[in-house]
Design a protein around this ligand. Structure first.
Ligand SMILES: NC(=O)c1ccc[n+]([C@@H]2O[C@H](COP(=O)([O-])OP(=O)(O)OC[C@H]3O[C@@H](n4cnc5c(N)ncnc54)[C@H](OP(=O)(O)O)[C@@H]3O)[C@@H](O)[C@H]2O)c1
Length: 318
């Protein structure tokens, strides 16, 4: 369930960043529309997008096009508070008037009167988080969204936000190798029934197990800028994925399915937001639902994680 609402979400969600085509290569409308439509066939009813997914909101527009009259069969989450600056850099703007304007534009692009979940995408250092939260509370009260969430904050930000606007969801990065939230934010959310919807469950594809050791990243592939995809970090990550490959072969599942299954069964995790740009990826990821890894397999995964140690990643959670 989404927080204390009566909205049910599938534990595997579709992350609609790759279809924006900004950092993923070989993205086209036909494949993106097929990917979104496939959600309805494979038991995924939860779609995660944002105002800034695409230079002109391509992700939200494609979602509306693909769903058409079936829009009410899915739970749509979008986010406001980040837009693209003139040089393609991300601008954090959490001013009340901006959040309202972006929400209204997102609703128009999504061709809907309200979304089920609206997040503050990231705190704006120039705007007190309480001011951003206050505007999201007003949008909640007006029925533009059925629930509110926040992303890219730590416990302090969660508490400040929650004091002004009741939180239904929190969206941090989390996967087998990035588990910072377990120390404080995850318990904080569990105590307050705030659903934790995690991004990067596949660590941008690294944990899907299909990138071979000798993979050469395309010049336009956004992953090139992250340290986990090169040098010694890449080798260590590939060694780790080898352990997962062995477990996946044993259970007759793919590496991505093992990784997502592990994620959605972690205590306090409500959903894994799995990015995809092809329907077959989405189908595969949906196959992570409906079964459990054994105690022995979970123990071997724990051992492999401990042996790998903390990877170097660029993004830090404020
Ligand atoms: N709140 C935030 O600030 C924030 C930040 C990041 C993401 N998010 C949300 O979280 C979602 C997930 O993050 P993400 O998309 O960046 O990363 P991710 O889910 O960890 O990885 C997605 C990538 O993995 C690959 N992949 C997915 N399924 C696969 C499969 N079955 N087999 C092989 N490869 C597969 C695809 O890459 P290729 O096909 O290109 O190899 C895909 O683009 C986003 O889509 C977005 O909705 C939110």
């Amino acid at each position: 369930m989404l927080g204390s609402t009566d909205i049910r979400v599938s534990p595997v969600a579709f992350g609609a960043w790759p279809i924006a085509g900004m950092t993923s290569i070989n993205v086209n409308d036909a494949d993106s529309l097929a990917t979104i439509s496939a959600c309805l066939d494979v038991g995924i009813n939860f779609i995660d997008t944002a105002y800034c997914y695409g230079a002109q909101g391509e992700s939200e527009r494609l979602i509306a096009r693909a769903l058409g009259p079936r829009r009410d069969e899915v739970v749509i989450a979008t986010k406001g508070g980040i837009h693209w600056g003139p040089e393609g850099s991300q601008v954090l703007d959490g001013r009340p008037e901006t959040l309202r304007r972006e929400c209204e534009e997102s609703l128009r692009r999504l061709e809907t009167d309200r979304v089920e979940l609206l997040y503050l995408h990231a705190p704006d250092p120039k705007t007190p988080i309480a001011e951003s939260a206050g505007e999201l509370k007003r949008l909640l009260d007006e029925g533009k969204t059925r629930a509110v969430g926040v992303s890219n904050v730590g416990v302090e930000g969660l508490a400040e936000f929650h004091a002004v606007c009741p939180l239904a969801a929190y969206q941090p990065p989390y996967n087998m190798l990035q588990r910072e939230i377990e120390a404080d934010a995850l318990p904080w959310c569990r105590e307050r029934n705030v659903s934790v919807m995690v991004y990067w469950p596949l660590m941008k594809g690294l944990l899907a197990g299909k990138l071979t050791r000798d993979h050469v990243f395309d010049a336009k592939d956004g992953r090139r800028k992250y340290p986990m995809f090169s040098g010694e970090e890449w080798d260590k990550n590939q060694d780790f994925v080898d352990h997962l490959r062995a477990i996946a072969a044993e259970v007759g599942k793919t590496v991505a399915q093992v990784v997502i299954n592990w994620t959605i069964h972690r205590e306090g995790i409500a959903a894994a937001l799995c990015g995809a740009k092809r329907a077959e990826q989405l189908r595969e990821n949906a196959g992570a639902m409906g079964w459990r890894l054994s105690t022995d397999q979970l123990a071997r995964i724990d051992k492999a994680i401990a042996e790998r140690g903390t990877p170097v990643t660029r993004r830090a959670v404020r």
